[in-house]
Ligand binder design. Structure first.
Ligand code: GLN
Length: 460
């Protein structure tokens, strides 16, 4: 089959289900088909293309794209056309992937449900009354609904793994710096990590490999070989592997069906020859509050660039107002409530007199969490936990309760603070609601291949 035929089939699927799912913020069939024709032409000309050439992909709308708008789910960037491609976008174009469109997200990737998008929520294909997770919820919904075989996301506190878990697909947060942030609209720069979504572990590994590797345009890019993720995903051999169950994750507050599937996965791994032990990571319980100081602090600094002069929306610039008034009006209308909450929190935490008590303390907690991981990885090869405490929640249920929303990332955040790798793979359906459950597998920095090896052994 040609790239054009594959692209057209997916565009048809999008046209059919998008009114229900709302996974995309932007679809432009002509631009997609033009890309597909170019890939077919490259192949006809004898060019050696990688294993994913001609495969369609949907990009989270935080990666810049020269031929499609990039909004970050915000009114402040409505219709913005970036002048350059993100490194992730560019590498995947070069590998011959065809962009189907840009997917919905919580505004500036702040949230766990896509309900913070300025363009309305996406819906979970398993149950349209429920959220597809977030912030990369458009990307998870697109793959789970067969609108796209692959998609990209970003994970700052769980925004790839949590949406993957609640839509029954695979989502991977690579080692921080393993995938380039160049051209990614920044939320919290010391945490933001691009990563893949797919319907199985091997596809995720192929996509991971296609966009990863050192990038001199990102100053925090790791200059090391890309871990052998594809080989690991093909193998799935866990015999003799030491696997640690994080004692702190599970128990009160976790849905029974989530814990049941988790315990089954443990038994499965043991039956495949892995050695499972319990490991304690006491600082993990303090990760959530530390994250909600560090991430807002960094966002308050990153979002200062939206000043009504350089990008997108400009409100009230009629010659009667000062630049400062225009900036204030633009931000008041351009940013949604969660983004404003984070900017205010972060500005407060960074202000003189409070810096040591809040941001400084949070950085110390961050170090303790990294030490917990180091100590754990002296004893075991990977750590496992449920990806999320519950299955997908109903749209609206947590929208007015930030604390309840923040709890969705309880198990995923430690990995972001320490910078190591973690994946979520589907491990069955919860008995009480029939909704997907995710197993999280955490590996050391640059041990991404271990996530895929174990993931391939347990995925359902
Ligand atoms: N849900 C978390 C937050 O709102 C994580 C978001 C993310 O990983 N981008 O900050």
């Amino acid at each position: 089959v040609s790239a054009v035929e594959v692209a057209q089939a997916h565009l048809d699927r999008i046209a059919a289900v998008e009114p229900k799912v709302n996974a995309f913020l932007h679809v432009d069939p002509e631009v997609t088909l033009e890309q597909a024709r170019a890939v077919d032409a490259r192949r006809a000309a004898g060019e050696e293309l990688g294993p994913l050439a001609g495969v369609p992909i949907a990009h989270k709308d935080v990666f810049t794209t020269t031929d499609m708008p990039t909004t970050a789910g915000s009114k402040i960037l409505q219709d913005w056309r970036p002048p350059y491609d993100a490194t992730v976008t560019r590498r995947l174009r070069e590998a011959g992937l065809v962009i189907l469109g840009k997917t919905n997200l919580d505004e500036f990737a702040m949230g766990s449900s896509t309900e913070n998008s300025a363009y309305g929520p996406s819906r979970n294909p398993w149950d349209l009354s429920r959220v597809p997770g977030g912030s990369s919820g458009g990307s998870s919904a697109a793959v789970a609904s067969y609108e796209a075989p692959l998609s990209t996301g970003t994970d700052t506190g769980g925004s790839i793994r949590q949406p993957a878990a609640v839509t029954g697909i695979v989502g991977m947060k690579p080692t921080y710096g393993g995938s380039s942030r160049y051209g990614l609209i920044a939320f919290a720069s010391s945490l933001d990590t691009p990563g893949p979504f797919a319907r199985n572990v091997l596809d995720a590994a192929l996509l991971h490999e296609a966009f990863s590797g050192h990038d001199e345009l990102d100053s925090t890019s790791v200059d090391a070989p890309v871990p052998q993720v594809v080989e690991a995903a093909r193998s799935g051999d866990v015999a003799g592997l030491r696997i640690g169950v994080v004692r702190e994750f599970g128990g009160d507050g976790y849905q029974a069906g989530v814990l049941a599937r988790f315990h089954e996965s443990v038994e499965l791994l043991e039956s495949l020859g892995a050695k499972v032990v319990e490991v304690s990571c006491p600082s993990f319980t303090t990760a959530l509050p530390a994250y909600y100081l560090i991430a807002p602090s960094e966002c308050s600094s990153n979002l200062a660039r939206f000043d009504a002069m350089r990008y997108g929306l400009r409100v009230g610039d009629d010659g009667t107002r000062s630049a400062e008034e225009v900036m204030a009006l633009t931000r008041a209308q351009g940013f949604g409530p969660e983004v404003k909450r984070r900017i205010i929190l972060g500005t407060y935490a960074l202000s003189s007199g409070y810096y040591d008590a809040y941001y400084g303390q949070a950085q110390k907690v961050r170090t303790l969490i990294a030490r917990d991981f180091d100590a754990a990885f002296q004893q075991v090869d990977v750590l496992i936990s449920p990806t999320t405490p519950t299955t997908a929640f109903p749209i609206g249920e947590r929208a007015d309760d930030p604390m309840a929303m923040y709890l969705a990332d309880l198990c995923t955040i430690p990995t972001n603070l320490a910078g190591n790798a973690a994946i979520s793979v589907p491990c069955g359906l919860a008995d009480e609601d029939g909704l997907p459950v995710g197993l999280q597998i955490m590996a050391p920095v640059l041990g991404d291949d271990r996530c895929y090896r174990v993931g391939a052994a347990v995925e359902r």
